[in-house]
Design a protein around this ligand. Structure first.
Ligand SMILES: Nc1ncnc2c1ncn2[C@@H]1O[C@H](COP(=O)(O)OP(=O)(O)O)[C@@H](O)[C@H]1O
Ligand SMILES: [Mg+2]
Length: 293
């Protein structure tokens, strides 16, 4: 499914000023941009904010393994072809052709999940602003056409990396996890309900600790901190101990989001118990005198 047009009103982007400057400079220079970074780092949020701020329109496509070339390009409508022949009116343009004709940005979320054939269709469009369609002829890109795509780096994806040829058409903007302060703002902005500042700070501190613990191969993203804050405020522990609520919520939110270095060694619960201790000392979670770092 693709969506066209104006951005849905969402929480505004927190921080990412340097990345925004880079992306806008690339687009102003007529280049295509690939946003790369770990799962949950904020690639989609950044791309959405970029697209929403542009004077030109955008068309969004979400990558998946069963996406097809004809979905991206468009296809002839069989009944209309029978009625009128292979004419323009019988062609239902896909996101790529729409973006090219309108001089819009084609925002491809998780491009690396797209099958190779779909990736290949993009090459001439990105390179020469031209696409040859059987029975229809050439589609030329109007000024302003550009591709903004996101991908998870290779070690995070089970399937597919982008081809060298496709990478060669993109400028790369890498995203790393936001600062602790920004992550607190992101959690506060995205969580439903009204968690206390201590709860938000504790959830962020715990999640950040998963990224540097040697027993954890892949730590969690801010998305996990959002989940922890969201759950913890509804747990009975929240009334008496923010820290206990965070730890219980973390046991629900983290097992699916972290990868242990040795799955046969320490359990997630074991690691969390230790991290909880450390986080408790660092941010004095739940104490009225919460000392923020
Ligand atoms: N800079 C940011 N400002 C506001 N929300 C953000 C920011 N970065 C991440 N988020 C939020 O964190 C969650 C994960 O971000 P997302 O863009 O989906 O990550 P990715 O696409 O890299 O997997 C989403 O709920 C998103 O809205
Ligand atoms: Mg994403």
């Amino acid at each position: 499914m693709s969506t066209v047009g104006q951005p849905v009103a969402r929480e505004p982007l927190v921080g990412r000023n340097e990345e925004l400057v880079s992306v806008h400079a690339c687009l102003a220079g007529g280049r295509h941009v690939l946003l790369e970074g770990p799962v949950g780092v904020g690639k989609t949020a950044l791309a959405r904010a970029v697209c929403g701020a542009l004077a030109r329109g955008f068309v969004r496509v979400d990558g998946d393994g069963r996406y097809t070339e004809s979905k991206l390009v468009g296809q002839f409508d069989p009944p209309l072809v029978l009625e009128r022949g292979y004419l323009e009116e019988a062609f239902l343009p896909g996101p790529l052709v729409r973006a090219m004709r309108e001089g819009a940005v084609l925002f491809i979320n998780e491009l690396n999940r797209m099958p190779e054939g779909v990736q290949n269709v993009l090459l001439p469009a990105m390179d020469e602003g031209s696409l040859i369609l059987p029975m229809l002829g050439e589609v030329r890109a109007a000024p302003g056409f550009a591709v903004v795509a996101t991908q998870n780096p290779a070690e995070f994806v089970a399937t597919g990396a982008l081809s060298e040829a496709l990478l060669d058409r993109f400028e790369l903007v890498r995203l790393d996890h936001a600062s602790e302060e920004d992550e607190r703002c992101i959690v506060a902005a995205n969580v439903t309900g009204s968690p206390s500042a201590a709860l938000v700070a504790g959830a962020v501190a715990l999640v950040r600790a998963t990224r540097s613990d040697p027993r954890i191969r892949r730590g969690a993203s801010v998305r996990a901190a959002i989940a922890i804050a969201e759950i913890a405020q509804h747990l009975p522990e929240a009334a008496s101990s923010t820290r206990a609520a965070i730890l219980r919520a973390a046991l629900l939110a983290l097992p699916t989001r972290i990868e242990l270095a040795d799955p046969h060694g320490t359990s997630v619960a074991g690691v969390l118990a230790d991290l909880g201790e450390r986080v408790g000392q660092e941010v004095a979670v739940g104490e009225p005198s919460a000392k923020k770092r």
